[in-house]
Ligand binder design. Structure first.
Ligand code: AAO
Length: 467
């Protein structure tokens, strides 16, 4: 889920037909091995997808689809109908009759590595013309291939989606992506303003030192800023002398991409389990106390378009730094289809679903972000260590204590005077506050006290939490 302006934006797993794998049993990553662009996956069929998109749009929650268009399944996947809609395929002959794609639609002839796989990330041609992890690499130079992909994305646009996360963009030539994006229709006017374009954000892992950079993709849409979560993790974990007060110039000041290009997140579906990039510094729901603070910091800060993770729990088993169960899929029925998400009386989720986005602290910080939208980063304070505070104009103010001692300080909040409800320890319900209260005086000054032993050692107030 992303928080942007006043809407809630949801990113969903790839909804198209994917391979079904038995070894290991139905890993989550089978959905990144397409068999066709038919809309049936372990999450459900086309009618169910349409129903979800409609119901979500009707309540102001827009859907973004994870579009896997760089490749199909692994080259050695054999043949048969072990696919989520039951379509036949022959991987060795590169035949996917349900699209249809055949051998001439793949890059095998122009890849120059011996293995046919990407062997060096320092050679842009390999990265874009060879197979990522053995996955059959589509030839996006071909107008026919781009047409099939545009048709797939346009079908989703017709159904009401608002945009796309485009998977593995590093492995596709920017001009080819531009040609596909140019063919996309405007959004469905049933829910969107006439002439609205799909919102595109592209997955490119750029931590430096490779042939391909995020910059190559700026002209096409937003790009994932992977440095953000990796650095924020180091800061909140206080690794290698990192301190929270160093984030005074967080954003472009930390050498991140331009603000208007970035999509940012604390963790994603890959690096929360050691895939992709970021390594051990990444903070996830497994470290819930730090996680709430890091997500809170991200949502309070104006840089980038933010994305909040929503996960399922798995039997994590870390041996020598590697999770042996990093493949485990979502809560599933015995046939491998994904189970529904039951909602508990306290609004959290049951049955193995973590639903970070429903945690009170995170949900309330999404609201904070919406309330302070457009306001500048202001009224910074720090103790030259891990206690910091900042505001967003006169609409919101947040204070963190990530030190090993108490915070007890008078700060200029920039907020109009009054009594505010802290939306971290509780929230405003009717005219009552279920958490701590903060008194802001006529001069905007307020007293904050946060013990380092508090369940959540941060406090946030905003214009709509005024009592
Ligand atoms: C699975 C198996 C494989 C098997 C394959 C085919 O795990 O062993 O070969 O099937 O049978 C997901 C899973 C994969 C899974 C795949 C297909 O994560 O494990 O493979 O489905 O089922 C690269 C790409 C990036 C990609 C990432 C995982 O550039 O696009 O790998 N992410 C997306 C999705 C992801 C999905 C796919 C793409 C495929 O988000 O869920 O894969 O559709 C460097 C490069 C990165 C590269 C990473 C990992 O990163 O820079 O571009 O990402 O390596 O290969 C430091 C460096 C950092 C480096 C990192 C890791 O942090 O600073 O640059 O180390 O080495």
């Amino acid at each position: 889920m992303k928080a942007k302006n006043l809407d809630e934006l949801w990113e969903i797993s790839p909804p198209n037909e994917h391979i079904l794998l038995n070894e290991p049993w139905r890993p989550w990553w089978q959905r990144y091995q397409p068999i066709s662009y038919k809309l049936c996956s372990r999450s459900g069929n086309e009618d169910e997808l349409r129903d979800m998109i409609t119901r979500c749009n009707n309540v102001g929650v827009n859907i973004y689809v994870d579009a896997v268009i760089n490749h199909m399944c692994r080259a050695g996947s054999g043949e048969g109908t072990h696919s989520s809609c039951g379509s036949w395929f022959t991987a060795s002959k590169r035949e996917f009759p349900s699209v249809p794609f055949s051998s001439g639609d793949f890059n095998d002839n122009i890849c120059t590595t011996r293995s046919g796989n990407i062997e060096s990330y320092c050679d842009a041609r390999q990265v874009r013309n060879c197979r990522l992890e053995g996955l059959l690499d589509l030839d996006l130079d071909k107008d026919y291939v781009r047409g099939k992909q545009a048709d797939y994305m346009n079908k989703l646009i017709d159904m009401g989606v608002a945009g796309f996360r485009v998977d593995a963009c590093k492995h596709m030539w920017p001009d080819n992506l531009a040609a596909i994006y140019d063919r996309l229709q405007n959004l469905n006017i049933k829910w969107f303003r006439n002439g609205s374009r799909p919102f595109i954000y592209q997955e490119v892992i750029d931590l430096g030192g490779e042939a391909i950079t995020s910059r190559d993709y700026y002209r096409l849409g937003r790009v994932t800023e992977f440095r953000y979560g990796a650095k924020l993790g180091k800061v909140f974990r206080k690794w290698k002398g990192e301190k929270l007060f160093y984030t005074k110039n967080w954003g472009e000041g930390w050498d991140f991409m331009p603000d208007d290009k970035a999509i940012v997140f604390v963790d994603n579906h890959d690096n929360q389990r050691g895939h992709g990039a970021g390594g051990a510094s990444i903070i996830t729901f497994w470290d819930s106390r730090l996680y709430k603070m890091a997500v809170g910091y991200m949502l309070a800060h104006p840089y980038g378009v933010t994305r909040v993770m929503s996960s399922f729990r798995w039997n994590r088993n870390i041996v020598n730094g590697k999770d042996q169960n990093d493949w485990m899929g979502p809560p599933s029925h015995s046939d491998g289809s994904t189970k529904p998400v039951p909602i508990n009386p306290d609004q959290t989720c049951g049955d193995g679903w973590v639903c970070e986005h429903r945690w009170r602290q995170i949900k309330n910080m999404v609201i904070f972000r919406n309330v302070v939208n457009g306001q500048p980063h202001s009224n910074w304070w720090d103790n030259q260590s891990n206690q910091v505070a900042f505001g967003r104009g006169n609409r919101g103010f947040i204070v963190f204590n990530n030190d090993d001692w108490d915070l007890d300080v008078m700060l200029n909040s920039g907020m109009p005077s009054g009594t505010y409800c802290d939306v971290i320890s509780g929230q405003k319900e009717g005219n009552k506050c279920t958490g701590k209260q903060v008194e802001v005086g006529d001069n905007g000054k307020a007293h904050f006290k946060i013990s380092n032993r508090d369940e959540d050692p941060f406090v946030a107030i905003h214009a709509n939490s005024k009592l």
